[in-house]
Write a new protein. Structure first.
Lengths: 352, 489
């Protein structure tokens, strides 16, 4: 069992390093149409959906390029005149919304998008297809004392077990990860004082920063880290289910909820298939598949009557990040600079 | 008679066709009413829709500008010195306010006079359309990134102790929600306006039908009448057509009167002519049967006289017909009263003299202008003088003089025809003006002369009185108003 897990994680590392460089292809080589997707989603969660898609549409070949959220944003702007992808999928809602606000996105309307609730889309240009909690992932074997239920518990544990915790807390580098910045800025918005204390505690205990979720999860699993903070629920839950060392915690004080959103760049080629794929993502079948195959938390959990772990059941209040103009505030030039600066100061990062 | 009745249906057919043609050409009151009504309503509807378009847009701007203003003020509140430089910490609530305009993009820019660009969209044009007034928010529409954007602009002096100069904030949102609200309001208003217009047009159509229905009813009732029926219309009509009904009834009663008059006149004329004709026949028979040439000559002389009398009667009847026609046409003009009076005196003088009566006109006036019909007045005088002469001639003692006088008073002229005959008994004075009344049947006369006089006097709004001449005889006295320039009727 363990060897299989190690093999799995090794494979996934290999997969993701490969996918950073070159796209992964799905579907028949002889297919007449090509749909290119740039996405920040881990392929492990997405591959079954892509395979299902090419099975349904054998004349479409899909290329899937895994890109970090921040790079994805920059890439989309750079390629504004000749977008390489027809569909851009990211969990960095704020960057996606800013792309819409700044006019890099085209409108798409279909029966499926019209059925979406209004808080799951904006201007019919950006569409949410999943809603998942932002969680803490703990290594049960390594965590000293009682497992934390909320951020206050985490703070207490850090103070109480300084030795065991130092250098063993991991979260995103908000300078490198778009979604990491979004989650941090939302934390600061939701509970400024808690956030201040938390970042201060992180700073004085050698916080480890990462670009990508799966690396944090890997390090938590291997015991290099005790706790990973602000991780995307779908990845954490996937791993926690097959790895008994891992425990996923939805903070009781408040649980942030994040939507993964897709958009079609303005001058994208093959808009038809991009729309087709979007409709496919929102279809009852795929929404149900996300749940039953434990891939993602669907935006419409009501389509499957089966109770699965992929329905968010937080014990505390849920704070869904709104998909609207408010996201622009977090990405305000002056605010962003100050926020990153104060983050760097708190973490005692002087350079870079 | 049978010929006439044969022609009758043909003529009716032809006139029916003509009527149909005329009906086709005639403008329809109803369609004209409906047409004008529709036109007016369309114009009003168009104006109000135009107004609503404008108004709903202003209304939408008014409500959404409040959001924009609120967001701008929240931003402005958070401008200050942060880490020794002027900066802004945009509050989340500011954009939560803007998020009430669901799908509208947001653009903004903040800059200070000292530092230049602080945050926001660098390429946003910050120059406001009007001259800047510090601390006063300006709203305007301007295109940005391919869309029409509503901007709010504010410039103010920095109040922090270490800061100098001004800070400028511009905040804009696209117009989607505004247009949506405006078109929702407009749609509703347009629906209402169109509905009202349709109802109004329907009311006009129904109303025009209702208004014209009494006319059609009157028309039908008249249409269905038998040819000789001139009795008043007896149908219930609304107030608006009441006068029409009354006018028709008056007209019909006048027509009835005229017809009756004509009937009487015809009967009288026949009667008038039959008596002298019978006399003529008797005289002619007498002449035929006479053997002595002298007697025969005498009989023929009588026939000639009788013919003169007959001719006179016919003339009188004709004149009366002309006068009554003229009076129906109500023709009057300024004339000199002396002329018809003098003319009739001249005409009668010789005839009177034949009967041994001396006729004289006695006046000192040179002119006597009145408003009237010269022919009718002359007929009137002729009748009066004839009458006077005729009655002078009767009785044991023959009166030898008839005098006509004209005198001037302040407002009228007084004409008198004075004879010295037997006079008229008081009881009969009232009745002499009645048509076909004849005081004495032994004296020749039509019985219509004085009735005609009365008609002519009435027609001229004058007054006639019968006085006694002293010691005996009758005076007819007529007062007729002077003609004054400027006063016509």
């Amino acid at each position: 069992m363990k060897t299989l897990l190690v093999l799995f994680s090794a494979l996934s590392i290999l997969w993701s390093t490969l996918s950073m460089a070159a796209p992964v292809w799905f579907g028949d080589l002889k297919a007449t149409r090509t749909l290119r997707i740039n996405s920040s989603l881990d392929l492990a969660s997405f591959a079954p959906l892509l395979e299902r898609f090419v099975a349904l549409h054998p004349d479409v070949r899909v290329s899937y390029l895994d890109v970090n959220t921040l790079e994805l944003y920059q890439k989309t702007i750079q390629e504004k005149d000749h977008p390489s992808a027809s569909l851009v999928i990211s969990s960095a809602m704020d960057l996606q919304l800013k792309l819409v606000n700044d006019g890099y996105v085209q409108t798409y309307r279909s029966q499926a998008t019209e059925q979406l609730p209004s808080d799951a889309k904006w201007r019919s240009q950006v569409f949410a297809f999943s809603l998942e909690p932002v969680v803490m992932l703990v290594n049960k074997d390594q965590f000293p004392g009682k497992l934390p239920e909320d951020r206050q518990d985490l703070l207490r544990a850090i103070r109480q077990y300084e030795k065991q915790m130092t250098g063993r807390i991991g979260t995103y580098d908000i300078r490198k990860s778009g979604v990491g910045y979004l989650l941090a800025s939302q934390d600061a918005r939701q509970a400024d004082a808690t956030w201040g204390r938390l970042i201060e505690a992180f700073g004085s205990h050698k916080l480890q920063t990462y670009c990508c979720t799966h690396q944090i999860i890997d390090d938590v699993a291997s015991g290099k880290l005790v706790v990973g903070y602000n991780l995307l629920g779908s990845y954490a839950s996937q791993r926690a289910r097959v790895d008994s060392r891992l425990e996923m915690i939805l903070p009781k004080d408040y649980t942030l909820m994040i939507r993964r959103v897709a958009l079609i760049p303005k001058k994208a080629a093959n808009v038809e298939d991009a729309g087709l794929f979007l409709d496919f993502l929102l279809s009852d079948e795929v929404q149900g598949m996300m749940q039953t195959k434990a891939l993602l938390f669907p935006i419409r959990p009501d389509v499957t009557p089966v109770i699965t772990p992929y329905v968010v059941e937080a014990t505390g209040p849920k704070r869904a990040i709104e998909l609207d103009q408010q996201l622009l505030v977090g990405r305000d030039y002056a605010k962003q600079r100050r926020f990153i600066k104060s983050w760097e100061v708190a973490l005692e990062i002087n350079d870079k | 008679m049978w010929l006439k009745s044969l022609q009758h249906p043909r003529a009716t057919e032809g006139s029916l066709d003509e009527e149909r043609e005329a009906l086709k050409r005639a403008p329809s009151l109803r369609f004209r009413l409906i047409g004008i009504g529709c036109l007016v309503i369309s114009i009003i509807a168009a104006l109000s829709i135009n107004f609503v378009f404008d108004y709903s847009r202003r209304l939408a701007d008014l409500s959404y500008d409040r959001l924009l203003r609120s967001a701008l003020l929240q931003m402005d509140e958070n401008v200050g010195l942060i880490n020794d430089e002027v900066s802004i910490d945009i509050p989340w609530s500011a954009f939560a306010t803007l998020a009430q305009a669901n799908e509208d993009k947001v653009f903004y820019k903040v800059e200070s006079s000292a530092q230049g660009f602080i945050t926001g969209y660098k390429d946003l044009d910050m120059t406001p359309p009007q001259k800047t007034t510090y601390d006063k928010i300006q709203f305007f529409n301007r295109e940005y990134s391919g869309e029409m954007v509503r901007f709010a602009f504010l410039e103010r002096h920095l109040t922090e102790p270490d800061a100098t100069g001004t800070v400028r904030i511009i905040l804009g949102q696209t117009r989607l929600s505004r247009e949506e609200l405006a078109s929702a309001v407009t749609q509703r208003a347009v629906d209402i306006v169109l509905m009202i217009a349709l109802v109004a047009i329907a009311l006009i159509v129904i109303g025009s039908h209702l208004v014209l229905r009494p006319l059609q009813r009157i028309e039908r009732v008249l249409e269905e009448r038998s040819p000789g029926d001139l009795t008043p219309l007896d149908i219930k009509t609304p107030k608006e057509t009441h006068h029409l009904k009354v006018a028709i009834n008056h007209f019909m009663s006048r027509l009835q009167d005229n017809l009756e008059q004509l009937e009487h006149y015809t009967a009288d004329a026949a009667h008038q002519l039959r008596t002298p004709l019978a006399g003529l026949r008797a005289l002619a028979e007498n002449a035929r049967d006479q053997t002595s040439p002298e007697r025969q000559y005498q009989a023929l002389e009588d026939i000639v006289n009788q013919c003169d009398a007959l001719s006179q009667t016919v003339t009188l009847l004709l004149n009366q017909a002309v006068v009554s026609h003229r009076m129906q046409t109500r023709y009057r003009e300024p004339i000199d009263l002396l002329l018809p009076i003098a003319a009739s005196c001249r005409e009668q003088a010789v005839t009177a003299l034949h009967q041994g009566v001396h006729l004289s006109l006695d006046t000192e006036l040179e002119h006597a202008m009145v408003l009237g019909d010269a022919f009718a007045l002359q007929q009137m005088m002729q009748n009066l003088i004839e009458n006077a002469v005729r009655y002078s001639n009767q009785g044991e003692q023959q009166a030898a003089e008839v005098v006509v006088t004209i005198a001037e008073f302040a407002a009228y002229y007084q004409v008198q025809v004075i004879d010295h005959g037997e006079g008229i008994p008081e009881a009969e004075k009232e009745r002499v003006f009645e048509r076909f009344y004849r005081g004495r049947y032994d004296i020749a006369g039509s019985g219509v002369g004085l009735a005609m006089v009365k008609d002519i006097v009435d027609h001229h709004s004058a007054r006639i009185r019968i006085l006694n001449t002293q010691p005996k005889g009758t005076t007819f006295q007529i007062d007729i108003a002077k003609f004054q320039m400027g006063v016509t009727e």
